[in-house]
Design a protein around this ligand. Structure first.
Ligand code: NAD
Length: 501
């Protein structure tokens, strides 16, 4: 079985002002596929000069081009054509995404569909959007939403194309122009955006793309004075660096950061469904998932049974070639990340957790970044595998005595992205869900997201929310225009005749 898709590009370039280009200084970096770690192409490595050219292009398109001035209907039509162009490449997108990220092909295909759906959703939303008006007997104030300008979009490698679409769609729907800086581990599918945008008829300069290393291209984008907005998804520590740097320019920030989400299972839950949900919640997307339910917290009376069933199923999770449709866990994105995840597996054993499944490279996969679905039981809250985001197929399980204990354990983390609760007692389910310090909670359900709902975390998981109208809020400024409805009575300073000058 050949591992390499046909027609892979040998070189991946920037896209600035409607033209594919190399870096100003000619630098490149190599990109490898995680199933073999063999390099297959060179990628333009952007720096401040490339960012400056891309921002200048986006700013010209914003100030002089048609895009911000088009009606929502016209913009929506182009967004739908972007979705058409994505859908017509579904097979290619799935194949390339799976090849470059190591995600199982079946899960990469879902990401391509979701990316198209993001554009359709924001096409609908801007057409349906209304602006508020506030009236008293004396005046009426109406709100105008204005696109802010050039948006800098910085994205991670875990579901790259989908997360790029997630920022691109609302940004351009709002009338902003953009510079996208995709993750350096996974540039392949981002190289399809230029042709997708051109095919859809997006005006020149609205979409610009600069590849490169985070500390170079990403930092230059954040520091650029003509970029008033940064939408960032990635690690919490990177988010902190970006916030510090963006403070100088008082930039608008949307921060979608890391997670270490709890999955609380009560004894009265439908245990079959809870086992399925808790397995999928951490092992889908190779465990490289910001909302992974990576801390499973189980009521003591069913703990032993749950751990035995969970471990038995985890041992059967199929780890294999990313492009094999039977694969459930593929290869982790990069050897550096693989080593980091293996370090956590070692620390779990060293700190005394009980390894009940996985723990190393599966048989039959001698090369590539493969790790068996790994399950630690009897994890205590002082252990690193409980406290730190691993971002791989590794889960920590512990037990609780009562509801208060479950909530305390669930919230015992610096993060607050997602939470999961399984119980047949719905009153308790709502109570525990609302007591969780998390931006999003799923009750008797796994991570299925309605695009209209707010998405975002609390605590160290983020700042601000995107999704639905929240995204439009981020990419636009609200201006209030207040208009007198009758005669205006303004206090008449300086008009009294009895005052000495
Ligand atoms: P990362 O922070 O290393 O990189 C993310 C992006 O930031 C990349 O494009 C990178 O090049 C860039 N970057 C790095 N340093 C930068 C700097 N100094 N200035 C500007 N840009 C810089 O994250 P990652 O390893 O690519 O992704 C994994 C992380 O993303 C995990 O923590 C995961 O939880 C998080 N994530 C969060 C969400 C969410 O919605 N909350 C979604 C997906 C992933």
């Amino acid at each position: 079985m050949t591992l390499t898709p046909a027609d892979l590009p040998k070189a991946i370039r920037h896209y600035i002002d409607g033209t594919l280009s190399d870096s100003a200084d000619g630098r490149t970096f190599s990109n490898a596929d995680p199933a073999s770690n063999d390099s297959y192409c060179e990628v333009a490595s952007g720096g401040p000069a490339d960012i400056a050219a891309a921002v200048a292009s986006a700013q010209r398109a914003f100030e002089h081009g048609p895009w911000p001035r088009m009606s929502p209907r016209e913009r929506g039509r182009i967004l739908n054509q972007v979705a058409d162009a994505i859908e017509s490449r579904e097979d290619l997108l799935a194949e390339w995404e799976s090849f470059d990220t190591g995600l199982p092909i079946t899960q990469a295909r879902g990401q391509a569909r979701r990316a198209a759906e993001n554009f359709r959703y924001f096409a609908d939303l801007i057409n349906a959007l209304h602006e508020d008006a506030f009236r008293t007997s004396a005046q009426i104030g109406y709100v105008v939403r204005k696109p802010i300008g050039v948006a800098g979009l910085i994205t991670p490698w875990n579901t790259p194309f989908m997360l790029e679409s997630w920022k691109l769609a609302p940004a351009i729907a709002s009338g902003c122009t953009v510079v996208l800086k995709p993750a350096e581990f996974t540039p392949l599918t981002a190289s399809l955006w230029p042709q997708i945008m051109e095919e859809a008829g997006l005006p020149q300069g609205v979409f610009n793309l600069v590849h490169g290393i985070g500390e170079e291209a990403g930092a230059a984008l954040v520091e650029h004075p003509d970029v008033p907005l940064i939408s960032f998804t990635g690690e919490t520590t990177t988010g902190q660096t970006i916030m510090r740097s963006a403070a100088t320019g008082l930039k608008g920030l949307s921060m979608e950061l890391g997670g270490k989400s709890p999955c609380v299972i009560f004894a009265d839950a439908d245990l079959d469904a809870a086992v399925d949900g808790a397995l999928f919640g951490v092992f889908s997307l190779n465990g490289e998932r910001c909302t992974a339910g990576s801390r499973v917290i189980v009521e003591a009376s069913v703990y032993d049974e749950f751990v035995a069933r969970y471990a038995e199923r985890a041992a059967r999770v199929r780890v294999g070639l990313p492009r094999d449709p039977a694969t459930e866990i593929g290869a982790l994105v990069h050897p550096e990340h693989y080593e980091r995840v293996l370090g956590y597996v070692a620390s779990g054993s060293e700190e005394g957790a009980r390894l009940v499944a996985g723990g190393g490279r599966p048989a039959g996969l001698p090369e590539g970044n493969y790790l068996a679905a790994t399950v630690f039981a009897d994890v205590t809250p002082r252990m690193r595998i409980w406290r730190e985001e691993i971002f791989g197929p590794v889960v920590a399980i512990t037990s609780f005595e009562d509801e208060a204990d479950a909530v305390r354990l669930a919230n015992d983390t610096r993060y607050g992205l997602a939470g999961y609760v399984w119980t047949s007692n719905l009153k308790r389910g709502h109570r525990v869900a609302q007591a969780m310090q998390a931006g999003m909670v799923w009750l008797n359900s796994h991570n299925v997201r309605d695009l209209r709902t707010p998405f975002g975390g609390v605590k160290a998981s983020g700042l601000g929310q995107e999704g639905g109208a929240h995204s439009i809020d981020f990419y636009t400024d609200a201006q209030i225009v207040s208009v007198a409805l009758g005669d205006t009575h303004v206090p008449r300073f300086g008009a009294r005749l009895d005052q000495e000058a």
